[in-house]
Write a new protein. Structure first.
Length: 639
């Protein structure tokens, strides 16, 4: 329950820019605005791309809401294709113990079903086809029977067929999933069948019917002259299809308003029935032969098509410009800044991009306590790198995902859409659009959403690629034992310092250091101690170098130091510090041998005819002369 004084309802839907869903959601949006309620719609496009991993990523959004923090819910679970996801949502709402209105689904007795009488509506359609148009052979394209609407419509069709003494062979029934492609596949299956063409094809919704008509027309079958085809829902597109589709008209917009009104009545303590049944009517048009083309208001149709084309062109332009710009983004900051600029064109009052805490992680670490280690759900904390409200744009580094919004509302009557950001099954975050119809009116909403997701995934991969390149480069120039530059790293850096000294007139200092007695340590105490002595010597050299000098392991037991701008006194001081520090660590090392080394330094001005390796050889020679003067060193520690 909200504590800010505003009622809040959760809305669950899939495919929110399809006509059925958008009509219901439009009714919800208008009702919550009038009643000063805040509605939050969690929408996805599962089942659209025929990719199971993408479906997991889409359906993540239904894991986001804690329904206990809402005052009620409106469920269009009939639009969710995945039965397990649909069941999980309904279970979560039941567990939250809040009032819920569900659209066209009587499977949960504790929810108030806002419905039409699907059996009655389909009976009327089947009766019309059989009794009025005298169809004797009838095929049927059904929705999935686990869907209550599909199940009731199919049952009504079979009942009417039986009452008229007609039988539908198994080959004349096709079970689809309400999507257009099911209509195409059903029509192709009917045409492949050895059975004669039917007199009529009754479809469980308009989307499948329109697609089936297209296949039949491709094969020279005229509608309705050769075959009647009917739909269900009376969508705008089907109404203005050619031929216009005979269908069942139902008040979808009013269903959305009724769902919100029902919740409001429950809050007021009024007794509500377990179901609200809305009226339907047959829309008898051209595809069954009951209407002629002259019945269509062509002027109104041209106006609506013109507006649709205008909006679609604008959306396509927006998407193309966004994708083109995002291709040049190389950092998260660039990406989010560009996204924000284009999200301003969506025509909404407020919008946000919200990202999981670990969206840039290379791997999911369940042991580290990540709440979405398997790619499902959302992390406990989110960031909002882009927020736009009436006060301007901003960002929030951290907020709880349970709070949903990075910035809470201070008013009511808002309709917000939460849409998932994901790459395949991996959850990235979500974006929010408040008080704007882009999610339910644009055919490019899903495309826009995928574009944002893929741009963020590209940034994530680019970041890890750059990190990998940096790590490979570090390994290429770093000695793994001593943790300082190796020969490759030294040459790269020394060439740069050498050029700078030549250009700026600064003196170049090179120091060559050779460990004394490494073979003695290896032979008498083992290679582990040999490595220890090399590491100890490297640490001494590195400490003495400080910020002005750079050191490297040049070979097996050889080290080199380089610096610029030093004086003779500073060079001599470095040698003294090196010897003193080496003596100090020998006193506390606890080893039965001394770590000793010879050092030679060479300070010179750099002229164009000089070569870097010639100067290194000079420093090496100075070191060698010192080593000769030292004679035989004692490596055993004195008692």
């Amino acid at each position: 329950m909200q504590t800010d004084g505003f009622r809040r309802i959760a809305v669950i839907a899939a495919g929110i820019n399809e006509e059925y869903q958008s009509s219901v959601l439009s009714g919800i949006a208008d009702e919550v605005k009038e009643r000063r309620i805040n509605a939050v719609c969690f929408g996805a496009f599962g089942g659209v791309l025929e990719n199971q991993l993408c479906d997991i990523g889409e359906n993540n959004i239904y894991n986001l809401p804690d329904f206990r923090r809402f005052d009620g819910a409106v469920l269009m679970t009939n639009t969710i294709m995945d039965p397990a996801t649909r069941a999980a949502v309904m279970e979560a709402v039941q567990q939250a113990d809040i009032p819920a209105a569900v659209l066209d689904d009587d499977s949960c007795p504790s929810f108030i079903n806002i419905c039409i009488d699907n059996e009655k509506a389909m009976r009327e359609m089947a009766e019309h086809v059989i009794s009025v148009h005298h169809a004797k052979t009838v095929n049927y394209i059904s929705g999935p029977l686990e869907n209550p609407e599909a199940r009731n419509r199919y049952r009504a069709f079979l009942s009417v067929m039986e009452e008229h003494g007609l039988h539908a062979e198994k080959e004349r029934i096709y079970f689809g999933d309400f999507r257009p492609i099911s209509g195409r596949e059903a029509a192709e299956a009917f045409l492949r069948s050895a059975l004669p063409l039917p007199d009529a094809v009754i479809c469980a919704n308009d989307a499948m019917a329109v697609e089936a008509i297209g296949v039949f027309k491709q094969h020279g079958i005229r509608i309705p002259e050769d075959m009647i085809v009917t739909g269900f829902d009376h969508t705008y597109y089907a109404h203005h299809h050619s031929p216009s589709l005979t269908s069942v008209s139902r008040p979808l917009y009013e269903a959305g308003r009724t769902a919100v009104r029902t919740l409001a009545q429950i809050w007021e303590g009024k007794d509500c029935s377990s179901a609200a049944v809305l009226d339907t009517s047959l829309a008898l048009l051209e595809s069954c032969g009951c209407a002629s083309p002259e019945t269509v208001d062509t002027r109104l149709y041209r106006e609506s098509v013109s507006e649709l084309l205008k909006r679609t062109r604008a959306d396509v332009s927006l998407f193309n410009r966004m994708i083109s710009s995002l291709a040049g983004a190389e950092t998260t900051e660039d990406n989010v800044r560009m996204l924000g600029r284009f999200m301003q064109e969506l025509g909404c009052e407020e919008c946000s991009i919200c990202l999981c805490d670990n969206w840039q992680s290379a791997f999911r670490d369940e042991a580290a306590g990540e709440t979405n280690a398997d790619g499902r759900g959302y992390t406990e904390f989110m960031s909002a790198p882009y927020i736009r409200t009436e006060l301007g744009t901003g960002a929030i580094e951290r907020f709880r995902s349970a709070d949903l919004f990075p910035v809470p509302f201070t008013d009511s009557g808002n309709m917000s859409y939460f849409l998932p950001l994901h790459f395949r099954a991996r959850c990235i975050g979500y974006y929010i659009i408040t008080n704007g119809d882009f999610p339910i009116r644009s055919m490019l909403c899903h495309t826009f959403m995928l574009g944002i997701s893929h741009s963020l995934e590209n940034i994530r991969k680019l970041t890890h690629l750059n990190n990998a390149v940096s790590e490979l480069d570090r390994l290429y120039v770093t000695d793994p034992l001593c943790g300082i530059y190796n020969r490759n790293g030294f040459i790269r850096l020394a060439n740069q310092i050498f050029r700078e000294c030549m250009e700026d007139g600064r003196k170049l200092m090179l120091g060559f250091i050779d460990m004394d007695g490494l073979k003695y340590v290896n032979d008498n105490f083992g290679h582990d101690d040999g490595d220890f002595s090399l590491k100890m010597l490297a640490d001494v050299i590195s400490e003495c170098c400080g910020d002005r000098l750079t050191c490297a392991r040049f070979g097996g037991d050889e080290f080199i130091v380089i610096g610029s701008g030093l004086t003779e006194a500073e060079t001599a001081k470095f040698e003294r510090q090196f010897r003193d520090r080496l003596e100090a660590v020998n006193l506390v090392s606890g080893k039965p041998y001394r770590v000793d080394a010879s050092i030679g330094t060479y300070l010179t001005e750099v002229t164009p005819e000089m070569k870097l390796f010639e100067l290194i050889a000079e420093a090496d020679q100075v070191m060698y002369e010192q080593k000769k003067r030292k004679g035989i060193s004692r490596y055993l520690r004195r008692e």
